[in-house]
Ligand binder design. Structure first.
Ligand code: IPM
Ligand code: MG
Length: 352
């Protein structure tokens, strides 16, 4: 298979972890006989430094002309003081909107090798935790009309029926392939956009009679996630609620440095990135955990290219390296072997 991949290493630890992920991709290429051509682009702070914009036109058009995008991480304190339209995060929103990436998959998986790092009691989490947060990514308050005028400011949360339907379809389809349970999260006791959200979800449930749809208000969902996370399998929710709940879900796995994400469009185009941020304090120090970035490569192979065996091979290679007791600093615990970014990347590539 021949594919074009746009690579945006970004800021902070982005370049550190991307280097390891691309090495693993090269091994997949060789082992399975594919041809991946990789082109690097700038976005976020790295682009601000060169082009004074967080998303240069060349980056967006280069991504559009590719089959998939790999992104490290964007942002850092260096660019904190800039006005909001020039913040590195704007680059991320521009990519999501510009590439039509309305569906964000954020798996929160507790790795058995790392279950010690889970902050909840063992009897609460059990020995397995695997929740899929399906977050709407190009609508709602992130993309609504906003204004700040002196001492008054507003943001608007707007959804159309069509926007809700397309993300709900994804939620139902994913639930069909998993436990057949879908929990839709909203704030329908207060927000009009949530009332529409819930009505559309209920209407669509008729098309998926094999999936059991439930609803939770977002505040209750946040509480239930720490009270009894095992009740959840697939959660579907709007943009901002998904932002918040996916951070919470990832943290209860204790494996935030391990979790990848996929942002998908209607077609095969997808952007793949770790859930964690740019961790500027450890950038360039060979301390970052490259696993979330490497797992993002696996998600790209699976979701954009349909290469399931290749994706599984990467995931298994990571499992073997963890089984051997190798850990980067963020997931290290007594008795384990502490290694750096490069050694972790090399060991995973070798295991593959
Ligand atoms: C995320 C991040 C982004 C978001 C920020 C960096 C704009 O928190 O991907 O979850 O809020 O979506
Ligand atoms: Mg977030």
């Amino acid at each position: 298979m021949k594919k074009r991949i746009a690579v945006i290493p970004g800021d902070g630890i982005g370049p550190d972890i991307m280097g390891e992920a691309l090495n693993v991709l090269k091994v997949v290429e060789k082992k399975f006989g594919h041809e991946f051509s990789v082109t690097e682009y700038l976005a976020g702070g790295a682009a601000l430094d060169v082009y004074s914009t967080p998303l240069p036109e060349e980056t967006l058009s280069g991504c559009k002309a590719s089959d998939a995008v790999l992104l490290g991480s964007l942002g850092g304190p260096k660019w904190d003081g800039l006005p909001s339209h020039l913040r590195p995060e704007k680059g991320l929103l521009g990519l999501r909107g510009g590439l039509g990436l309305f569906c964000n998959l954020r798996p929160a998986i507790m790795y058995k090798q790392l279950s010690d790092a889970c902050p909840l009691k063992a009897e609460v989490v059990g020995d397995e935790l695997n929740i899929m947060v399906v977050r709407e990514l190009t609508g709602g308050i992130y993309f609504g009309k906003r204004e700040r005028d002196g001492e008054s400011a507003y943001d608007t949360m707007n959804y159309t029926k069509g926007e809700i339907e397309r993300i709900m379809h994804k939620g139902f389809e994913i639930a069909q392939k998993r436990s057949k349970r879908l929990c839709s999260v909203d704030k329908a006791n207060i927000l009009s956009s949530s009332q529409l959200w819930r009505d559309v979800a209920n209407e669509m449930a008729k098309q998926y009679p094999d999936v059991e749809l439930s609803h939770l208000y977002v505040d209750n969902a946040a509480m239930q996630l720490v009270r009894n996370p095992r009740q959840f399998d697939v959660i579907v929710t709007e943009n901002m609620f998904g932002d918040i709940l996916s951070d919470e879900a990832s943290q209860i796995t204790g494996s935030i440095g391990m979790l990848p994400s996929a942002s998908l469009s209607e077609g095969h185009m997808g952007m793949y990135e770790p859930i964690h941020g740019s961790a500027p304090d450890i950038a360039g120090k060979d301390l970052a955990n490259p696993i979330a970035m490497i797992l993002s490569v696996a998600m790209m192979l699976r979701h954009s290219f349909g290469l399931e065996a290749e994706a599984l091979a990467i995931e298994e290679a990571i499992g073997r390296v963890l089984d051997e007791g190798y850990r980067t600093a963020d997931i290290h615990s007594p008795g384990m072997k502490k290694i750096g970014t490069k050694e972790m990347g090399r060991r995973i590539a070798e295991a593959l």
